[in-house]
Design a protein around this ligand. Structure first.
Ligand SMILES: NC(=O)c1ccc[n+]([C@@H]2O[C@H](COP(=O)([O-])OP(=O)(O)OC[C@H]3O[C@@H](n4cnc5c(N)ncnc54)[C@H](O)[C@@H]3O)[C@@H](O)[C@H]2O)c1
Length: 329
């Protein structure tokens, strides 16, 4: 039985708290959040202890593992403190907003990297797992093109957006990891984008982007992102090769399609957002972490995978600014 603490009781912290509570090999022991009442509100649902002091978590020798769900700027300090206290770590993405800080973190946790996992939950989506398994089995032949469409239904609250690090490090980072997962090492990036939404332009960010990644193999990944999408949470992946294509489609609130005088093949809306769309993935992700740590093997994706996605995000930022193709790494 792994005794878990959750640091950060916001949107994603509540997802992991619910999943940890339901896991047969985990005990959700502590929820920590410095905002008064935030930890208590979540801990109360699960009979866990609440604390407003993050140091309490490091100081508690009964805690085996920590799930870091705090704002991104806190992750590195909390990873380093957790590892120094002997805890295994599942940290939310991105590891940080700066590759240099991730390198400081890697140096500080040297020898224990295999006890740190990064929460790229989409790798655990059942549709993605099937697509990857069939891709690896050669169903499309040599992989030549990947297309990833990822659009949010609505922008996150302004407070979140301000500290998010911008679209590439906060949102596209999932797609950079997915491109690496499917294609391997990325050699070059070419990014373009625009701010159509006044509030997002106001904070110096963009809300819509197209990014082309070229892999070492010569294959490409095209990523299309938007912070808003009238149809809901739009999540699609296609892989293409000489023998055909495989694609994951959007999940809907109902599998039934209606046809009539007013329209044909009318389907239910997409699942609203990440909490619903990736519910199964979050469960599988935490299960993988718990199982790996209990077995003493390294969970994946690793902190090095987190660093690699961030390197691509930084190159995408440079490409957007220079309007040029930029080498990665
Ligand atoms: N993998 C995913 O699908 C996914 C989805 C959403 C968010 N995230 C990531 O999770 C992280 C949190 O995002 P969110 O949407 O839950 O944000 P959020 O704002 O909803 O929650 C953050 C929580 O952290 C707390 N907090 C503030 N300062 C803290 C500190 N110093 N230590 C601990 N807790 C602190 C806040 O009080 C809040 O409860 C971000 O890094 C984000 O990129 C990942």
């Amino acid at each position: 039985m792994l005794r878990l603490a959750i640091i950060g009781a916001g949107r994603i912290g509540q997802v992991h708290a619910r999943t940890a509570y339901a896991h047969p090999c985990a005990e959700l022991a502590v929820i920590a959040d410095p905002v008064p009442g935030a930890a208590a509100a979540v801990a109360g649902r699960y009979g866990a202890r609440a604390t407003e002091s993050i140091d309490d978590v490091y100081a508690d020798p009964s805690i085996d593992a920590v799930v870091i769900c705090s704002p991104t700027a806190c992750h590195v300090d909390q990873i380093m403190a957790s590892v120094a206290a002997g805890k295994a770590v599942l940290t939310e993405k991105p590891v940080d907003l700066s590759v240099d800080r991730v390198d400081e973190c890697l140096a500080a946790i040297a020898g224990n990297e295999h006890r740190v996992m990064v929460g790229f939950n989409r790798r655990f989506d059942p549709g993605v797992i099937e697509l990857k398994t069939r891709l690896d089995a050669g169903e499309v032949g040599e992989l030549r093109q990947v297309t990833i469409i990822s659009r949010d239904p609505a922008a996150a609250p302004a407070q979140y957006m301000l500290s998010s690090g911008g679209i590439f490090k906060d949102m596209t980072i999932h797609d950079f990891d997915m491109a690496r997962f499917l294609l391997g090492d990325i050699a070059e990036v070419c990014a373009s984008g625009h701010a159509f939404i006044d509030d997002i332009r106001g904070i110096g960010d963009i809300d819509t982007c197209s990014v082309t990644l070229t892999a070492a193999t010569g294959a490409t990944a095209t990523i299309l992102n938007s912070r808003v999408c009238a149809a809901g949470y739009d999540q699609r992946i296609e892989v293409f090769g000489p023998k055909g294509a495989l694609e994951t489609t959007n999940l809907r609130t109902t599998g039934v399609r209606a046809s009539g005088a007013a329209g044909t093949e009318v389907a239910g809306p997409y699942l609203p957002f990440f909490l619903e769309r990736y519910a199964a993935a979050y469960t599988a992700e935490l299960d993988h972490f718990i199982t790996a740590i209990e077995a003493g093997v390294a969970p994946s994706p690793s902190i090095s995978d987190g660093r690699a996605a961030l390197v691509i995000a930084e190159a995408a930022g440079a490409s957007l600014a220079s309007k040029a193709q930029v080498p990665v790494g």
